[in-house]
Design a protein around this ligand. Sequence first.
Ligand SMILES: [Zn+2]
Length: 276
Amino acid sequence: MRKVIPITEFISTEVKNNLALYLLLSFVVISLTSFQTVPTEKAKKFKVVIDPGHGGKDPGTHGAYTKEKDIVLKVSLKVGGYLEELLDDVEVIYTRKTDTYSHPKVRATMANDAEADLYVSIHANAVGNAAIRGTETYVMGTKNEGRNFEVAKRENSVILLEDNYKEAYQDFDPTSPEVNIMFSIMQEAYQENSIILATNIESQFSKRAGRKSLGVKQSSLWVLWNTAMPSVLVELGYLTNAKEEKELNDPKVQDYLASAIFRGIRDYKKYLESTK
Ligand SMILES: [Zn+2]
């Protein structure tokens, strides 16, 4: 009977060491490759931050019986739902999904940390004149005249709810019309894309959702100023207009509004892909 010699005996120590080294290197290479694959796949996702305005201790504005924070949450969840359901390569990040308060700074940081592709803040409007109704979509800008300034003051005023706002928002005085006159280079780069998205949304509001569109506007809104990506702030309508307040409470109208915002985002994404 021939003695079976274990294969290891044929291999010199040097070869064994080389073999061990080879196995170790293979393991490292495989590990690195798999580590690289995961983030690449993740990076392909188009990240949309949906920011339902206000919440918790900050109710926003109100109509005869409606709080802004409640209406905007309902529509925001519907927008996110459409994005998740109808577009495979989109990741939705909500700044809130319930009636909770979060600092505007936390919301902006959340979007910046996630390196989001888009920031969509959803609000409802109010004004002294009860006849005024319609949708508006804001991009960051320096034109703070008339009603745009009123919107900026109101939407920024949440910052004043915070005890330490002077410390936390040093360079941003939400009551000053001179605020943010200077544009950073970064903001200017996002401006063009923000306007494209805002135009898409307003066009969808009037053409598909049958809303009265008051158009794309510019205002110095804190949250838009502090997000490092194209960002818009949508005003769904005026709670101070009796007809519009009633409509905004109608789940069907909420669906139309959400669907219009979804289509605006979808078309914006298609536009970006076509320019690649
Ligand atoms: Zn608001």
